[in-house]
Ligand binder design. Structure first.
Ligand SMILES: Nc1nc2c(c(=O)[nH]1)N[C@@H](CN(C=O)c1ccc(C(=O)N[C@@H](CCC(=O)O)C(=O)O)cc1)CN2
Length: 286
């Protein structure tokens, strides 16, 4: 079997086209283009690359960019002042704080200081709480991108057994909440480094989401033939970027979202979607 491609790059490009039309409409109503703010602290090359990509996407769809960069030794107060400034800026429709923050900063306090209505990443505790309650709110971008990618490729979700590997707050924990909503109706097993018999859990699954950051962790012998397999792990090595899914998995999987080109571009497309949705809410209030 050769897996069908879950093509995040092409799907994200299609979403950007749809968003460009929606941006033109909301801009005509409000008289102002939506604006995405980014707060980037320090000089991690990966974070700089991700933030640069987000602003390139913005330019493509007509969203204005508000970039805030602080040095690696920025104080908690400096970061929080930047948050206060973006909360108050009417040109900023939504914004994100690029993670991870340098270790001396209290990331939870920074996220909590954001205006939940401007939280384009769905990572504010109020918005995560709304996800738990099933109330509408911006969702974390990677989990939403995964659901959108599966939907747009007609991968069945209802009744599917999903194995998620990784319990981080941006992917592992929220994806379980998202996929078990009535609208998706999947059954999710959340695995992590303390899970006994990982291979057994993975083999039970119709859909495998690997977000552990452990290169080549999931091999073909662990997979149920025909499973949909999504690689969310990114590890920088001297061989370049390596995902959590071993390349041999493509021989057994029914669908494969590779890294690069699978979930990553969808994460970016969902961020833009959140900004456009916030702009449309503003336009409706005019
Ligand atoms: N505030 C946030 N911080 C972080 C998030 C997040 O969603 N919000 N997620 C990651 C980083 N990230 C976005 O910020 C991100 C990571 C990877 C990609 C991506 O497109 N990856 C490419 C491969 C990488 C490359 O080519 O350099 C792909 O998969 O094709 C997009 C966004 C942690 N921080």
């Amino acid at each position: 079997m050769t897996a069908q491609l879950l093509d995040g790059k092409a799907t994200a490009a299609a979403i950007r086209q749809e968003l460009a039309e929606r941006v033109a409409k909301s801009t005509a109503i409000t008289g102002r283009a939506p604006g995405l703010g980014t707060v980037l602290v320090g000089d991690d090359p990966g974070s700089h690359a991700y933030v640069g990509g987000k602003h390139r996407d913005c330019a493509q769809v007509g969203i204005a960019s508000l970039r805030r960069e602080l040095p690696a030794d920025a104080s908690q107060q400096q970061v929080e002042e930047t948050i206060d400034e973006l909360n108050a800026d009417p040109a900023c429709t939504g914004y994100i704080v690029q993670l991870p923050l340098p270790r001396h900063l209290d990331a939870s306090a920074v996220l909590e200081r954001m205006d939940p209505a401007k939280d384009a990443d769905g990572l504010h505790p109020v918005n995560l709480g709304r996800l738990v309650l099933g109330v509408e709110a911006p969702l974390p971008c990677t989990p939403r991108g995964i659901v959108e990618l599966l939907r747009r490729h007609d991968v069945p979700l209802t009744g599917a057994r999903v194995c998620v590997i990784g319990r981080g707050v941006t992917v592992g924990r929220p994806i379980g909440l998202l996929l078990t909503r009535r609208s998706e109706n999947a059954t999710v097993t959340l695995c992590h480094t303390g899970t006994k018999g990982l291979a057994w859990h993975v083999r039970e699954a119709d859909i495998v989401v690997a977000a552990a950051g452990s290169p080549g962790l999931i091999t073909k012998d662990m997979l149920r033939p025909g499973a949909a397999v999504l690689d969310v792990g990114i590890t920088r090595t001297d061989r370049g970027l390596v995902g959590d899914i071993h390349p041999d998995a493509a021989q057994v999987a029914g669908w494969l979202a590779p890294m690069p080109g699978g979930v990553g571009p969808m994460t970016r497309a969902m961020l833009l979607t959140h900004v456009v949705e916030a702009a449309e809410r503003n336009a409706n209030a005019v």
